[in-house]
Design a protein around this ligand. Structure first.
Ligand code: HSE
Length: 354
């Protein structure tokens, strides 16, 4: 990876999250360079339904122009290039996998992640599919090729969760992680408490960009289950197949249930958990009625919260946005900055060692 010039970014996908990231990059381009030493060029943007654009002159594409095109309902460009071809363009340093999560086969994210890491390019992702299906393989591929694979955006959008546990809590033994990890269902439950019908609340969550491409992934608990699986693998160091996560969603919960719980001084929340057991790790997702005095009861709307139970610090709880366009874009940005910093450090160390 080049470290003496700007980093070449290749967006694969340009939906809610890709556009959210692009908006942040446009708004903060100068600040990122001056304060964080992070300069970038957009090498390519490849989408499934809005065409593709490639910078052939090495100058980089204008993200502001691409956002304006999408706003007008126009394609981003008319290039014919596949996600893997774009990822492997010589100017690409970091591939941004912002394609929708596919929990069945991980595609198209899995193939492009394999290709990019296999060629020594780094991948920053908000896509849970490849993490769920192939985390160990992808981490090993990245290690072998001297590349980075980071996926903070797969859990709690830009609110630090994975990087909090792996970097800020370095040295702690995290034994259990529990909390609210799905913004859409938490938003629906909160709106139902306010008197909205389930379908109206779900539509709002879709309009705000929280819901998965197929919202069944949220309401049936799949999204929370895959996040519990990612926490088990990435934080507790214990990979589990997704079907080992016990899963109940909120589809069976009606407004009457929410109101009845409120009358009892309770609130219904969809709780995800991954915890060490004598045999390894157990993970689950299920709605639970919790008292209003419970710390998670006040976590409303698309806000998420996770409590990490550790040896040295006991409980550490983080609360923050769990979904959204720029909220998830921020996760990708923080991962990109971490990669840029790691590359600068590795150059410094190798110069010193030499
Ligand atoms: N659909 C997810 C949610 C998006 O609602 O939390 C973030 O992973």
């Amino acid at each position: 990876m080049r470290v003496d010039s700007s980093l070449g970014l290749c967006f694969i996908g340009f939906g809610n999250v890709g556009q959210g990231l692009a908006r942040i990059l446009v708004r903060k381009e100068r600040e990122l360079a001056e304060r964080w030493g992070f300069a970038f060029r957009t090498v390519a943007v490849v989408t499934r339904t809005r065409g593709a654009a490639v910078s052939r002159d090495g100058e980089g594409l204008s993200l502001a122009d691409l956002l304006a095109r999408v706003e007008r309902g126009e394609p981003v460009g008319n290039e014919r290039i596949s996600p893997v071809e774009a990822a492997l363009l010589p100017q690409t340093d970091i591939v941004l996998d912002v394609t929708p999560t596919n929990l069945i086969n991980g595609e198209p994210g899995l193939s492009l992640t394999r290709a990019a890491l296999g060629s020594g390019r780094s991948v920053v992702s908000s896509n849970k599919g490849p993490v769920s299906l192939a985390l160990a393989e992808l981490k090993e591929l990245a290690r072998a090729r001297g590349a980075h694979y980071r996926f903070e955006g797969s859990v709690m959008s830009g609110t630090p969760s994975l990087n909090l546990a792996l970097e800020s809590l370095a040295g702690c033994d995290v034994r259990e992680v529990q909390g609210i990890v799905n913004g859409t269902t938490n938003y629906i439950l909160t709106r139902m408490e306010e008197g909205f019908e389930y379908a109206d609340a779900l539509r709002e969550a879709q309009e705000k960009g929280y819901a998965e491409a197929d919202p069944a992934g949220d309401v049936d608990g799949w999204d929370a289950a895959v996040k519990a699986q990612i926490l088990a693998a990435a934080v507790l160091g214990f990979p589990l197949p997704l079907d080992a996560v016990e899963r109940t969603g909120i589809a069976a919960i009606s407004r009457a249930d929410v109101e009845a719980a409120a009358k009892r001084g309770k609130r219904i929340k969809l709780l995800a958990k991954a915890a060490r057991t004598p045999d390894g790790v157990a993970a689950s997702v299920a709605p639970a009625e919790i008292p209003l005095s419970h710390p998670l009861a006040s976590v409303g709307g698309a806000t998420n919260a996770l409590t990490f139970t550790t040896d040295t610090l006991r409980d550490v709880t983080i609360i923050g946005p769990g979904a959204g366009r720029e909220e998830t874009g921020q996760a990708l940005l923080s991962d990109m900055l971490a990669i840029a910093a790691a590359e600068r450090n590795s150059v410094r160390f190798s110069v010193k060692a030499g």
